[in-house]
Design a protein around this ligand. Structure first.
Ligand code: ADP
Ligand code: MG
Length: 595
């Protein structure tokens, strides 16, 4: 038997930030569980008593240690996982600092038993309060068991610092749960004060979510995966209807290590922008896989903080990946009573929400039952709504028969909602919210640089503004111009509009500008949104058709065409639903039809 553990040279040891490894019982559980995983265990048992204060016992069926290593493992900076600084830069194991066992043994009574498959005789090591280990042969199954008794018995100060048993239990529970989510194929048993808290079989991630959070939760998440040169991101995203009132159920793992990173969490949250009510948070379990060279996990001994070499690219990657995954899923809020909806099976619009906006709009048009008859121009405000950026509507204008010539009749009710027959039943669309979404995305595209088309006004309009509003217009002038406004100042507070974005309704030019500014001001102190987003939101709200505006068939078809050409047709920029679906199954049920 040879020893594989090496003592780190002092220089390297110094490079590794010093700090406390063992803060509370949960940190002991975390370190021991990580060692088991590094040893390639397939099953893990965690037994605690009194919130871990009197006993923490972790048993694994991993590789085990030789007798020599079993004793050496308790030396400070003893590790089999890295040997050089280069290794430190390329960490693929959870442990590497070589200080967990040493630290634990310094403040508790520890008994370690272990055996490797290559030998019949295992080893038993006893260390008491950091004294020299005593080693003896032992009969033990392959794997390792570490029993930690009376944590902090020799450091009364630390011991008194511990919280009550139930608080310490909760911390341990969190650690076990995170481990369970990060390693679904690891069987885990967790026993506290002789009661089995968790008994998890090896599983897939979704099965594990079901075992931990329940059936309902597992049905409201979907798997996603995206890749780039920077990283691979995958995991489970909760649908907006499963949003939570707190951030507790958000799990982020970097190279399978649970981490806390506000920036990445925020990126995921941001991707749900406008899909969630205020004050609710998405449920997610996100795994990032990043080349270890690109990330420093050695910021703190707990290794829960990490530093990315390029934080802002990582932010963008996470944001865009999650956003894309969300938009590829049918996130239309279901009509009807929520509890019932699980019985309906998958009611997804059979609509591929991928591809270019034209492809999306085309796929959407296929959905419409072609039994009605109506033709004509498909523009919302006559020719003025034709915008080079919205090819769907301009194509439709060129060849109205092709796109909507024989499409279904859409009903407008109360000049507010559109009733649209689809294969699976009926779709109800809020006309204002739909148009808002269309204009919002166009505005954001224009900000992103695509050249805005401006409609020159025959009769420029003059607005006398308050000094405050005039200053606001000055500050936003470049964004307003990117949007398609053409503005001139006359004196300090008089603004002349001589051009407007093509989506502005004729005759409403100055009202829309003024109302947009008013709405912008309401949101002005919202630091979470960039000015351009705030402007796009307020402009889309004010420029969009209103509830109460009558629409004819071509206008309604054009609106739906444009809506389904957007990235996220299902929610308006303020987070309200745009579409509610009523499935045939749901209607049948309500009318008592059993077929
Ligand atoms: P680190 O995990 O940072 O290397 P530790 O003090 O946690 O440091 O462990 C020291 C060494 O003891 C590890 O590198 C590993 O070789 C060995 N070891 C610890 N726990 C186990 C285990 N459960 N199974 C096999 N080997 C282990
Ligand atoms: Mg370790």
């Amino acid at each position: 038997m040879t020893s594989i553990i090496k003592i780190l040279p002092p220089q390297l040891a110094n490079k590794i930030a010093a700090g406390e490894v063992v803060g509370r019982p949960a940190s002991v559980v975390k370190e021991l569980a990580e060692n088991a995983i590094d040893a390639r265990a397939k099953s893990l048992t965690v037994i605690i008593k009194d919130g871990g204060k009197t006993l923490i016992h972790v048993i694994d069926d991993g590789n085990g240690m030789s007798r020599e290593d079993a004793a050496l493992a308790f030396e400070r900076h003893a590790t089999s996982k890295i040997a050089t600084y280069e290794d430190l830069e390329n960490i693929r194991t959870l442990g590497f600092r070589g200080e967990a066992l040493a630290s634990i043994a310094a403040v508790a009574q520890v008994e370690l038993r272990t055996r490797q498959a290559s030998t019949d005789v295992g080893a038993r090591v006893i260390v008491d309060g950091g004294m020299e280990p005593t080693v003896s042969p032992d009969a033990f199954p392959v794997g390792t068991s570490v029993m930690v008794k009376n944590l902090f018995y020799n450091t009364p100060g630390r011991r008194n610092f511990l919280k009550n048993n139930s608080t310490e239990f909760k911390h341990i529970f969190d650690i076990v749960q995170r481990t369970a989510l990060a390693y679904p194929s690891l069987a885990i048993r967790f026993i506290s004060d002789d009661e089995t808290v968790l008994n998890l079989q090896a599983a897939t991630l979704v099965e594990r979510v079901k075992d931990i959070f329940g059936e309902k939760a597992s049905q409201t998440v979907f798997y996603f995966k995206q890749e780039s040169d920077l990283a691979i991101i995958s995991g489970l995203l909760g649908k907006p209807d499963f949003a939570r009132k707190s951030r507790v159920e958000q799990y982020l793992f970097l190279n399978n290590r649970y981490i806390i990173n506000r920036s990445i969490n925020h990126a995921v949250f941001q991707a749900y922008e406008n899909m969630l009510e205020k004050g609710s948070f998405p449920f997610f379990i996100v795994f990032l896989e990043v080349d270890p060279h690109r990330v420093d996990v050695n910021v703190h001994p707990s290794k829960m903080e990490v530093k990315f070499d390029d934080e802002s690219s990582m932010y963008k990657f996470v944001l865009s990946s999650v956003r894309r995954s969300l938009s590829e899923h049918d996130l239309v809020p279901k009509a009807g009573i929520r509890e019932e909806s699980s019985m309906e099976g998958n009611l997804g619009l059979r609509f591929q929400h991928t591809g270019s906006s034209e492809e999306r709009a085309a796929s959407w048009r296929d959905l419409l039952k072609r039994d009605g008859a109506s033709a004509g121009t498909t523009e919302l405000y006559g020719a003025r709504s034709v915008d080079g950026e919205m090819k769907t509507s301009s194509q439709a204008a060129a060849n109205p028969q092709a796109s909507t010539g024989s499409a279904a009749v859409i009903w407008q009710v109360h000049n507010k909602y559109l009733l649209v027959p689809i294969d699976e039943g009926l779709m109800v669309v809020d006309q204002h919210a739909a148009h808002e979404r269309v204009i919002y995305e166009l505005a954001m595209k224009r900000f992103a640089g695509t050249h805005a088309k401006s409609q020159q006004l025959l009769f420029p309009q003059t607005i006398d503004m308050t000094p405050g509003d005039a200053a606001l217009v000055k500050g936003l002038q470049s964004l307003l111009e990117a949007l398609g406004f053409s503005l001139k100042f006359f004196g300090k507070t008089t603004v002349i509009i001589d051009g407007v974005p093509v989506d502005v309704k004729p005759g409403q030019e100055s009202a829309i500008l003024q109302n947009t500014l008013d709405l912008y001001k309401e949101d002005e102190h919202n630091l979470k949104l960039e000015p351009r987003e705030k402007l796009a939101k307020s402009f889309s709200c004010k420029a969009a058709i209103k509830a109460g505006d009558p629409l004819n068939q071509p206008e309604m078809h054009s609106l739906l065409d444009q809506l389904f050409g957007t990235e996220i047709p299902f929610v308006c920029p303020h987070g309200r639903p745009v579409i509610v679906k009523l499935s045939l199954a749901e209607l049948d049920r309500r009318f008592g039809r059993t077929s």
